[in-house]
Design a protein around this ligand. Structure first.
Ligand SMILES: C[S@@+](CC[C@H](N)C(=O)[O-])C[C@H]1O[C@@H](n2cnc3c(N)ncnc32)[C@H](O)[C@@H]1O
Length: 472
């Protein structure tokens, strides 16, 4: 049994200054999102990531060099991509290499954790192979050369040490011997439990496009959300993204054009339920997780017409704009304005909605972020793309915003969405208002508008192919 994360075995200061080597054990999902998450979190904790070796980005094992154990612990209090972190005592490509690396590890670094008054336990973990209990015990016995002075305690040890073996990534070609072996002192676990405890399946108020809990936490981490920040979602829907930021201590606010969603009215999204219940709304979602005091409010408002006073500042904007697949993309306007667009004259000023093109949504979102984020604040949002057309050039830019990362999540054989993270690096000035007119490289990529058509053309083709295949 592993010690619970709130116990801190071996929390005493480790002798020896400078950067120590840590082993990160990562979950094998959302692979592209992991490095930006870890980098964002390390920088949020005041550190800078420098890897000890070329990271094998798809591997579950990364050796990192971090400034302190405190930063390693704080990283684990936030990450949903990593499972555990260890102070690395030894590493090798074979058992002999591991043992000689362990023998070279400074004894003064080990000694504080091996004393006679401290109990310990060794765990064996293999990736891409199942070891028998006998094999595990045999491996533990082989480590008897380590100068442990304390007693073994399997239930509540003061320190836990892990032997980790990597058998590569190919389940159809598992080598006889591990390709990498690691030994280290367990420091802390990550926040993978949040994925289950915040699961949308058990959430009070959901919609067709409620954000998956793990991705919502990843977005808040890419956005470097921290306690007491003010975080805004201009396309708030059921508030899935507010929940993750509030969990990390931010005060959260949202807007949505849809009156029913903001007020928790209308048809339910759950199977076997026709209408939303009396307390199905964003506030109740936050209450469900004990986060109500972090909820500022949600308004009915059109993101194409920001309601904010000049000078308002958000620490982060984290959002999932509509791209017209499972929800409508629309904006408000008077009949007069709409008529102007279609060149049909009318004197009527009744507010109606028209289609809100994706390239306009993106352009407005970047301009809004450039104007209303604090310097250093981050914009995190999803960009849908048609795979054959994707290059980094199609990511919308703004001179006040620096692109930090772009991570792909595949939606279908021909479509993906990219999680885009940008950071405000320059104050918004008057000339940034019409930047798209002045500087052609910042022109929104018009092809974003046809995403919906391409999505459905692919779906139609796929259905036709499936039907054809089933007739064979
Ligand atoms: C993908 S959903 C957001 C889902 C949300 N992240 C959640 O967890 O429920 C996009 C939302 O944008 C809203 N929307 C569409 N056009 C809008 C506009 N012009 N201004 C503000 N919200 C808009 C839709 O009503 C929808 O709720």
């Amino acid at each position: 049994m592993r010690a619970s994360p709130d116990r801190e075995p071996g929390a005493m200061a480790r002798p020896g200054a400078g950067r120590a080597r840590y082993l990160l054990l990562l979950a094998q999902e959302n692979l592209e999102f992991r490095l930006p998450e870890i980098k964002s979190l390390v920088s949020l904790c005041g550190g800078r990531l420098s890897s000890q070796q070329e990271l094998r980005l798809n591997s579950p094992f990364w050796i990192l060099s971090l400034p302190s154990e405190d930063i390693a612990r704080r990283l684990m209090q936030r990450t949903v991509c990593a499972k555990s972190i260890f102070e690395l005592w030894g590493h090798g490509k074979s058992t002999d290499e591991l043992y000689s690396s362990l023998k070279n590890y400074p004894i003064e670094n080990m000694a504080p954790y091996l004393q006679s008054d401290l109990t310990y336990k060794i765990k064996v973990h293999a990736f891409n192979k199942t070891l028998t209990q006998e094999e595990k015990i045999q491996r533990i016995d082989s480590l008897e050369f380590l100068p442990f002075e304390g007693k073994v305690n399997l239930k509540k040890p003061d320190n836990i040490f892990w032997l980790l073996e990597d058998y590569g990534m190919d389940p159809n070609n598992i080598p006889e011997h591990p390709i990498d072996l690691y030994f280290g002192r367990w420091i802390a676990n990550g926040q993978r439990d949040l994925i289950e405890s915040y699961s949308v399946k058990k959430r009070h108020f959901i919609g067709n496009t409620s954000m998956d809990a793990c991705l919502a936490f990843i977005m808040a981490n890419h956005g470097r959300v921290k306690p007491n920040d003010v975080v805004f979602d201009p396309f708030v829907g059921t508030g899935g993204l507010l929940i993750a930021s509030a969990h990390f201590g931010a005060y959260v606010f949202g807007t949505d054009i849809d009156y029913s969603t903001v007020h928790g009215l209308g048809k339910a999204s759950r199977k076997n339920q026709k209408w939303r219940g009396p307390d199905e709304n964003i506030r109740a979602n936050l209450r469900q997780y004990g986060l109500e005091k972090h909820y500022l409010d949600a308004f009915v408002s059109d993101a194409s017409r920001p309601i904010w006073r000049k000078g308002t500042q958000f620490d982060a904007i984290i959002t999932d704009p509509p791209y017209g697949i499972r929800e409508a993309t629309r904006r408000t306007g008077s009949q007069k304005e709409m008529a102007k667009m279609t060149e049909k004259g009318t004197e009527n000023h009744i507010s109606i909605t028209s289609n809100y093109h994706l390239s306009d949504i993106l352009f407005d979102l970047l301009k809004f972020a450039a104007e209303y984020l604090v310097i250093g604040g981050r914009l995190v949002y999803w960009l849908p793309i048609y795979k054959p057309e994707y290059t980094e050039e199609i990511i919308p830019r703004h001179p006040c915003l620096k692109l930090i990362s772009n991570c792909e999540q595949t939606l279908s054989s021909h479509t993906s969405r990219y999680l885009i993270t940008m950071e405000k690096v320059k104050e918004f000035e008057d000339e940034d208002h019409d930047v798209h007119i002045l500087e052609s490289q910042y022109l929104p990529y018009k092809s974003h508008n046809s995403f919906r058509d391409k999505y459905f053309s692919g779906v139609t083709k796929r259905i036709a192919k499936e039907e054809k295949d089933s007739q064979k």
